[in-house]
Design a protein around this ligand. Structure first.
Ligand SMILES: *Cc1c(COP(=O)(O)O)cnc(C)c1O
Length: 375
């Protein structure tokens, strides 16, 4: 199909590189950056984002599912790709063929991959996932004495890294992060004493980047900061640039008299003669239905409020107070317009979520358009 609907997402690869440089500046040269590009690079499009980050110096990549790792290989990512989530029965062959690195957190999976690796004549590098207090996945510290000898005997596997995840890094005052770091250091020593030599040790997500130094860790795993999201509600932050803008255009304008009910349920009733703009974006695009009646968009650099219920494919906004609005005018749902800006954090605050979910929710039917000052 030639052209597309006026609703699209713009991804600024220069802003992405800027954010990576900020992370680099924060962590110093001695740590490697594992760029987390799971969930299609938080909705930004991993096939474009990951190669750009690779060129800009990201040393490793993290995805949640093996399928996403295969996609990265197809997009030209040659650096190690860590599968942060599980590897499920039947995926071993693809994993090995594409040289993806599993995180192992149970012996059954380890055995399956070991078997597949040996029969392929390979040694599969893996990162051992340990649960230091997130309480999600990972071997628990007390299991390790029983597990490590078994892993040592698997000749198709080689421990290349040790990984854990922080539960409370976004609460810089919370002492639990220190406790997790302490457990992690102990486990690292235990693993080394058992004869393993993991080159990589890592526990820090974005929030931990500028609140904790964990000297044993030589890799950091930023996600949200690469996309311009601040991981802490307040306190220290990085000089980040938003990467994603979400835009559409006014499809139709109408003037209605006071008393007119608008959209499903007539949850908006005009209190005055009102000018409404219909925008071809809805919750099927990821424009949350929770923005009904409270979301704000930018038109001609000014804020306009969502009138009534957000529909699957349409949203109405009240532009009565913005002079001169015309059909075809650009509408910014997320991002900058002239001097104004709608941030993912603002949007998330209205829908009861976090910026991460705002980005991930932008659906596949919204085309991503990439801006790259280098090309
Ligand atoms: C998502 C994720 C990250 C990145 O988290 P951010 O808060 O986006 O920096 C790091 N490590 C693991 C294991 C993750 O699942």
């Amino acid at each position: 199909m030639q052209g597309h609907r006026p609703t699209y997402v713009e991804i600024d690869l220069d802003a992405l590189r800027h954010n990576l440089r900020q992370v680099r500046r924060q962590t110093g040269e001695e740590r490697q950056i594992l760029a987390v590009v799971k969930a299609d690079a938080y909705g930004h499009g991993a096939a474009r984002v990951a190669p750009a980050l690779q060129d800009a110096g990201a040393a490793l990549f993290g995805v949640a599912i093996a399928e996403a790792g295969v996609e990265l290989r197809g997009a030209g990512v040659t650096r190690p790709v860590l599968v942060l989530g599980g590897v499920y029965p039947g995926q071993e062959g693809e994993l090995l063929r594409h040289r993806l690195t599993p995180c192992l957190f149970d012996l059954e999976t380890a055995k399956r991959i070991d078997r597949a690796a040996r029969s392929a004549g390979q040694v599969c590098p893996y990162h051992l996932k340990v649960d230091t207090g997130m309480g999600r996945i990972g071997f628990r510290p007390e299991e390790l004495p029983g597990v490590l000898p078994g892993l040592a005997g698997m000749k198709g596997l080689r421990m290349e890294g040790l990984i854990s995840h922080l539960a409370l890094a976004d609460e810089p005052q919370n002492p639990f992060t220190e406790e997790q770091a302490r457990r992690f250091r102990e486990i690292l020593a235990e693993v080394r004493a058992a004869g393993f030599a993991p080159q990589h040790a890592h526990i820090s997500n974005s929030a931990a980047l500028f609140t904790r130094e964990i000297p044993e860790c030589n890799v950091v795993r930023p996600g949200i900061v690469l996309y311009g999201g601040q991981p802490l509600a307040s306190g220290p932050g990085l000089d980040l640039q938003p990467v994603m803008s979400f835009r559409s255009r006014v499809a139709q304008l109408k003037e209605v008299p006071a008393g007119t009910g608008i959209s499903y349920g007539h949850r908006f009733v005009a209190e005055r003669p009102t000018v409404l703009a219909a925008i071809p974006v809805g919750y099927a695009d990821g424009y949350s239905r929770h923005l009904s009646g409270c979301g704000e968009v930018l038109v001609r650099g000014r804020r306009a409020t969502v009138a009534g219920t957000v529909c699957m494919d349409w949203t109405l906004v009240d532009v009565t107070d913005i002079p001169g609005v015309g059909v075809g005018d650009e509408v910014t749902l997320l991002g900058r317009d002239n001097g104004s800006r709608i941030t993912a954090e603002e949007w998330a605050g209205k829908t009861g979520t976090i910026s991460y979910e705002v980005f991930c929710q932008v659906s596949k039917r919204v085309p991503r358009i990439y801006r790259d000052g280098r090309r």
